[in-house]
Design a protein around this ligand. Structure first.
Ligand SMILES: Cc1cc2nc3c(=O)[nH]c(=O)nc-3n(C[C@H](O)[C@H](O)[C@H](O)COP(=O)(O)OP(=O)(O)OC[C@H]3O[C@@H](n4cnc5c(N)ncnc54)[C@H](O)[C@@H]3O)c2cc1C
Length: 380
């Protein structure tokens, strides 16, 4: 479907796909095994300008659009979905709210280091009692003199262990729930900011997921991000964009599943013939490709609408819902097509299968995407 892309987007696609093949593919399986954060790889991606793709050059970004961002996240996730989410959480969940809601001073102070990858970002919304119900955050922020003092524990934070900059959501008027939350920019060296338990996960193992503990963490008053008590809106608008990134990650997993399955089906001989000649396998491949292309179109439409400054909340939810389910479907079928070998770590579909599941959970579960879609169509 490259015919839908501009020449610039095609060039970026070619560049990131080549980089992913040369540099990500050879280390992805090992990274999954060791669960090590790919520091060197992130530096190389930073050098290519891929840590701040859709932001203006004046803030250190690459000055490209959201379709380019989708292209890059898909190409990276084709070989390593863990690296895909590291870039996506950094870009969509940390840089984006600063770009959209930050003051000019905040943008100039934080965006160049983040967009260049000199600093890594994370996004701290979830807490033990506040998952899908994000308005239930209990982390508190109290104004004491010219400082906001934060207390609480954030859970399941992507990039937390490496992040230099965290976007933290805290209750500034707890009784008001979603109308009493404010967003803040917290620097990792602030006393009282520390990393708690690292999660052991099913997949995306090379990306870190950890608790962020805030104990009397005092930050300058000017680190409030956006308006007082309007942080829930900051979180929801940020997540709309983030969902496009996760849809792109899911597309990458689906694409890897399809490409590996085609190659294997042509090579593997049973009953004296390549298994690709059996109707059962051909139909699996046809369905995988059709589902992938449907998810691709939904994802690219959502990115296009974001680029055109249209409302895209429903479209982003549809893209994430569809692409994440397609990723799981394609990865499961890839394991099936690889037979017993697909169940082993000698072949990548085992990893794709484990990695695919998270795309249905973070940045709003599939059930929450359905809620978003339904509430949009019911109010029309
Ligand atoms: C690897 C990983 C990385 C993550 N990264 C981040 C991050 O960087 N920053 C961050 O803030 N959070 C992050 N999260 C948290 C993630 O966004 C939440 O786990 C997710 O939103 C679901 O919340 P929960 O786990 O509390 O599940 P719950 O909300 O408890 O949901 C449990 C089940 O109930 C369903 N459910 C809940 N409410 C409804 C409803 N109204 N209707 C129908 N079904 C419903 C859910 O869909 C789910 O199936 C991450 C999580 C993981 C596992």
């Amino acid at each position: 479907m490259d015919y839908l892309l501009t020449d610039e987007q095609k060039m970026l696609k070619e560049m990131v796909e080549k980089f992913a093949l040369d540099k990500i593919k050879p280390i992805a399986r090992e990274n999954d095994k060791t669960e090590e954060f790919p520091t060197k790889l992130i530096k190389e991606l930073s050098d290519l300008g891929l840590m701040g793709i859709p932001y203006p050059e004046e803030y250190g970004g690459s000055g490209m659009d959201n379709i380019s961002y989708v292209i890059a996240i898909e190409a990276i996730s084709r070989y390593c979905a863990a690296t895909g989410v590291i870039v996506s959480a950094h870009t969509s969940l940390c840089v984006e709210p600063i770009y959209l809601f930050g003051t000019e001073e905040q943008k100039k102070k934080y965006m160049p280091d983040l967009c260049s990858g000199r600093k890594i970002g994370c996004h701290c919304l979830t807490e033990s009692q506040a998952g899908s119900d994000a308005a239930a955050v209990k982390t508190s922020a109290k104004l004491e003199g010219d400082k906001w003092v934060l207390n609480g524990t954030k859970l399941f934070i992507t990039n937390a262990a490496q992040a230099d900059i965290a976007i933290v959501f805290a209750a500034t008027e707890p009784a008001a729930r979603s109308r009493g939350i404010t967003a803040f920019i917290v620097e990792k060296d602030t006393p009282g900011y520390c990393i708690g338990k690292l999660e052991e996960k099913l997949g995306i193992k090379a990306s870190s997921t950890a608790e962020v503990v805030l104990e009397d963490c005092a930050i300058p008053k000017e680190n409030q991000l956006g308006e007082l008590n309007k942080g829930f809106k900051v979180a929801m608008i940020t997540l709309d964009g983030g969902r496009i990134g996760i849809a792109a990650q899911a597309l990458g997993i689906a694409k890897g599943s399809i490409e590996d399955s085609i190659a294997y089906a042509k090579e593997r001989v049973q009953f004296g013939r390549p298994i690709a000649e059996f109707q059962g396998i051909k139909w699996y491949l046809a369905e995988m490709e059709t589902e992938y292309q449907a998810a691709w179109l939904l994802t690219y439409r959502a990115a296009l609408m974001k680029d055109q400054k249209l409302r895209y909340s429903k479209e982003a939810a549809m893209a994430k819902l569809k692409a994440s389910e397609v990723a799981e479907f394609c990865a499961s079928k890839a394991v099936q097509i690889h037979g017993g070998y697909g169940y082993t770590k000698e072949f990548d579909p085992e990893r794709y299968f484990r990695d695919s599941k998270i795309t249905q959970i973070y940045e709003g579960t599939s059930e929450i995407q359905r809620e978003v879609i339904a509430s949009n169509i019911l109010k029309q």
